[in-house]
Design a protein around this ligand. Structure first.
Ligand code: NAD
Length: 283
């Protein structure tokens, strides 16, 4: 019996927004399991830091400074990665972000920025990566970082949520379109995960170990709302990405996997101050 393997030896990966947060963790975890890794990040020192971590794991690395909101930049970066490594097996569309504002306070420029960052960058990287995967003849794994906000109402995040919902159905559709080539397409859907973005660190290298601590009040809210009582850790997304990229997930395609400590499943139930499960307004 084949007992499976998480090994990614000899494979080449490209991670958008791979210099910080979830993308950084995914890049390092892929390298730890044997992949060579290229990252693109708009903060150059972040990409360089991750490339250093990948090299320290004995893998080849490429850090590409660039803004994924420019489609030509993303496409060129994918090309550079495929050229550097001579192949491309794994694409992680991770770059994304949001500014919280009511939809009625947004104007076209704001919509466009959200769409460019969260959706169009994904389309550009994916379109550029697919021909390399097909040419390699070994299949491939595309992993989209979506959000739990793609699957529920997200007040204050309307355009972001719409983009992430678009990514969910892009995931399902491309899984079917690319199945003839053995290219699997899946998405991971985090809820609250502590990263530079969610803790307000927008400059400099982004080692998650050095993020500011949570306040007591924030920790209490999280304990009550998240069944597993804590925020997500970026490395946990890395672990899931390794699984999806590996032969362990050889029969998995077209799925959206929540990685959320149970919030999607809990469907609005939260703990009251004494720890009993209640529905608002009893909270
Ligand atoms: N952290 C969460 O709680 C959470 C929850 C749900 C979904 N997500 C999704 O996970 C992904 C990563 O989130 P995160 O919290 O790790 O983000 P983050 O802001 O902590 O890190 C994002 C990284 O991408 C880089 N980046 C940002 N904009 C870029 C651009 N235009 N071009 C190139 N690089 C760029 C940043 O410099 C940074 O290194 C996003 O798609 C986000 O929507 C995160």
């Amino acid at each position: 019996m084949d007992t499976g393997t998480l090994a990614l030896d000899g494979q080449a990966a490209f991670v958008t927004g791979g210099g910080g947060g979830i993308g950084r963790a995914i890049a390092i975890c892929l390298a730890a399991h044997g992949a060579d890794v290229a990252v693109i990040d708009v903060i150059p020192e972040r990409g360089e830091e991750v490339a250093g971590q990948v090299r320290a794991l004995g893998r080849r690395a490429l850090a590409i400074p660039g803004n994924v909101m420019e489609t030509a930049t993303v496409r060129d970066a994918v090309e550079a990665a495929a050229k550097e490594f001579g192949r491309l097996d794994i694409l992680v569309n991770n770059a994304g972000g949001v500014t919280r504002r009511k939809f009625t306070d947004l104007v076209e420029k704001n919509w466009q920025r959200h769409i460019d960052l969260n959706l169009t960058s994904n389309l550009a990287a994916t379109a550029q990566a697919i021909p390399h995967m097909i040419a390699g003849g070994r299949g491939g794994s595309i992993i989209n970082v979506t959000s739990i906000e793609a699957s529920r109402a997200a007040p204050g995040y309307a355009v972001y949520a719409a983009c992430k919902a678009g990514i969910n159905n892009l995931t399902r559709t491309l899984a079917v379109e690319l199945s003839d080539h053995g290219i699997r397409v899946n998405a991971i859907a985090p809820d609250f995960t502590r990263t530079p973005g969610t803790t307000g660190v927008f400059t400099g290298p982004a080692d998650s170990a050095s993020l500011p601590a949570m306040s007591t009040q924030q920790a209490d809210v999280i304990r009550r709302r998240i069944p597993l009582t804590r925020p997500g850790i970026d490395a946990e997304c890395g672990h899931l990405a390794v699984f999806l990229a590996s032969a362990m997930a050889s029969y998995i395609t077209g799925t959206i996997i929540p990685i959320d400590g149970g919030t999607w499943g809990s469907g609005g139930w939260i703990r009251d101050k004494a720890g009993a499960w209640v529905l608002p307004p009893d909270a």
